[in-house]
Design a protein around this ligand. Structure first.
Ligand SMILES: Nc1ncnc2c1ncn2[C@@H]1O[C@H](COP(=O)(O)OP(=O)(O)OP(=O)(O)O)[C@@H](O)[C@H]1O
Ligand SMILES: [Mg+2]
Length: 571
């Protein structure tokens, strides 16, 4: 319960630079009197301005400043809630807004982001609209409950039932659901991306493996082919070596043959000399009759004998020469053949060398291939690298899956919260419980004001009003006085509910010219009786022009007057 103690204000509307101070908790009821424009309704503006920063009348707040002084507008209000006492000071020109809790100024630092929000949400716990519906029934600019839109009716009732927290929670929930959906989408997207990436990496790994396997296979085949080729080459070498041996063997008697050839040549030359000498000797005996040395005559007989001897010698030597010639040409032929074979031999040696080189080269190539295969089989670095990336991605994926699980659990809670907070949820249950109570109270107060209609609010706060002997009526069907009775009944109902729920209940009740125009004498009587009977903890302020009629019904009377253009409370 907010218990208001005092309000003081200056330079507000027609109030001058001197504080007007009103005790709000001293009398159960106070009658406020004064002529038109005396400054009576100003108290409503002071109250609203101090608590909500705006007047009760529909004015830009700058226009609340007294136009003659044009500055120094201040409103101070003191109240207590439970054991805590509060004071709010608010002013314009200069601007001022201070909240004191138990005499200590609430710091306007970051922890109190919005000072007004702090006052409304943490201290007053009620909005401007709800507060005015419960504490004030005024003529100026006052929209009675019955003229509020469904949404505003609902807001007031939620405030009264202290369930507006569920609407706040619903707003927070909406926000959280949006964030949750974003988180879920982000998570799903992340999972999809990672799964794709892991798939790609696995393919890469497979391709690497395949590539290596193919290479190894290819290299092994090359090794096999090379082996075969080496075998072929070695066979060729063997054959070639055989041939070479054969050729070498065939050349083994060459020295001897050469020797024989030389000897034969020498013999030939001796034989030819011998034959020439014999021919020369023969010719000597043919041409000469005397010995060239001793000049002794050579007899014919000797001559003939010597000539025959020489001819015989020539003939026998010629025969030998012939035989030797045949032998020589044979030897020459053999030597030619041998020289050819020598050529063949060097050709065969060259070929054998070539083959040996080729074998060597191929063996080297085979060794290289084998070491490449060993390298390929043991070098798994590239694989390890890809596998490492797969492992990393799988780690993250694992985390995302865990997050997905927790998101799903969170989503489940959000769904439950949504179910509880939707209009058919907890709130509706509470409202449903209270609607019959409200209807009971309204009808009780209507009866006490001697207005017998059946008034019923449904759960959407739509009214059905059934007048006796008549059909269903709308609020506007009723007369001013009847409407006033309905408004008053609703006001008392809200106040009773607020007291029951200890939500926005307050000691303050201000009725501005409620009776003056619409309530007749019996209505006023009924109202005053009602006020006296139910609102024991209330400090009611009734602004009225019907002073003479009401005067003696009030504990206290305040009279406002204008003095030198400024409003004040008359002595
Ligand atoms: N900014 C302002 N500066 C000075 N006076 C102002 C300003 N705004 C309004 N007023 C005047 O303040 C006076 C007080 O108004 P208020 O509504 O309190 O009168 P009231 O006593 O309730 O009169 P009524 O009986 O007619 O309702 C009025 O005369 C009004 O013209
Ligand atoms: Mg007034």
């Amino acid at each position: 319960m907010i218990k208001f103690h005092t309000i003081r204000y200056k330079n507000l509307l027609s109030t001058g630079d001197k504080f007007t101070e009103i005790y709000l908790d001293r009398h159960q009821n106070t009658l406020i009197l004064g002529e038109n424009g005396a400054g009576k309704s100003t108290i409503l503006d002071a109250l609203c301005f101090s608590l909500y920063g705006k007047g009760f009348r529909n004015l830009k707040k700058e226009l609340l400043i007294n136009s003659i002084n044009g500055k120094g507008m201040v409103v101070e209000i003191e109240f207590s809630i439970g054991l805590k006492s509060y004071k709010v000071i608010r002013g314009m020109k200069p601007n001022k807004f201070e909240i004191y809790v138990d005499g200590e100024l609430v710091a306007q630092d970051a922890s109190v982001r919005d000072y007004q929000e702090y006052l409304e949400k943490n201290i007053l716990k009620t909005s401007y609209r709800s507060f005015t519906q419960v504490a004030i029934l005024g003529s100026a600019n006052f929209v009675p409950f019955m003229q509020l839109k469904a949404k505003d009716r609902r807001e007031l009732v939620e405030d009264l039932l202290d369930i507006s927290i569920f609407s706040t929670m619903q707003n927070i929930l909406r926000h959280r659901v949006t964030n949750h959906i974003n988180d879920v989408n982000e998570n799903r997207h992340g999972i999809e991306l990672l799964e794709e990436r892991i798939h790609g990496l696995h393919n890469q790994l497979k391709a690497l493996q395949q590539n290596r396997d193919e290479k190894v296979k290819r290299y092994k085949k090359t090794v096999d082919d090379t082996d075969k080729y080496i075998n072929e080459l070695e066979e060729k070498m063997l054959f070639q070596a055989g041939e070479l041996t054969k050729t070498e063997e065939s050349l083994s008697g060459r020295g001897k043959i050469l020797e024989t050839f030389d000897k034969a040549k020498h013999s030939m030359s001796n034989l030819e000399s011998e034959r020439a000498r014999s021919k020369r000797d023969k010719q000597f005996f043919v041409d000469n009759d005397h010995c060239s040395v001793c000049s002794q005559e050579i007899s014919d007989d000797v001559k003939t004998k010597q000539i025959d001897l020489c001819e015989h010698k020539v003939e026998s030597v010629s025969k030998k020469i012939h035989v030797l010639n045949t032998e020589l040409s044979k030897l020459e032929q053999t030597l030619r053949e041998m020289s050819n074979r020598e050529q063949l031999l060097s050709e065969q040696k060259r070929r054998l060398d070539e083959l040996m080189n080729e074998v060597k080269t191929n063996k080297k190539y085979k060794t290289k291939m084998l070491s490449e295969i060993t390298e390929l089989e043991k070098d798994l670095r590239q694989n390890d690298d890809v596998q490492g990336r797969i492992d990393d991605a799988e780690d993250i994926l694992d985390r995302l899956h865990k997050k997905k699980e927790s998101l799903s659990t969170h989503g489940h809670y959000l769904d439950i919260a949504k179910l509880l907070l939707k209009d058919q949820g907890v709130k509706e249950k509470i409202v449903k419980q209270y609607v019959p109570v409200m209807n009971k109270l309204i009808n009780k107060y209507l009866a006490q004001l001697e207005f017998y209609v059946g008034f019923e609010l449904n759960e959407l706060f739509e009214e059905t009003i059934k007048s006796r002997f008549r059909d269903v009526f709308k609020y506007d069907n009723f007369s001013q006085g009847e409407k006033m009775r309905i408004d008053l009944s609703l006001l008392f109902t809200w106040r009773s509910i607020a007291r029951m729920k200890n939500s926005m209940s307050t000691n303050l009740l201000i009725l501005d010219e409620v009776f003056d125009s619409s309530l007749d004498v019996s209505g006023t009587e009924d109202f005053l009786k009602l006020l006296g009977s139910i609102e024991t903890e209330t400090n009611a302020f009734i602004i009225s022009h019907k002073g003479d009629m009401l005067y003696d019904r009030f504990e206290n009377v305040l009279k406002f007057e204008k003095h030198k253009n400024f409003s004040r409370i008359a002595d």
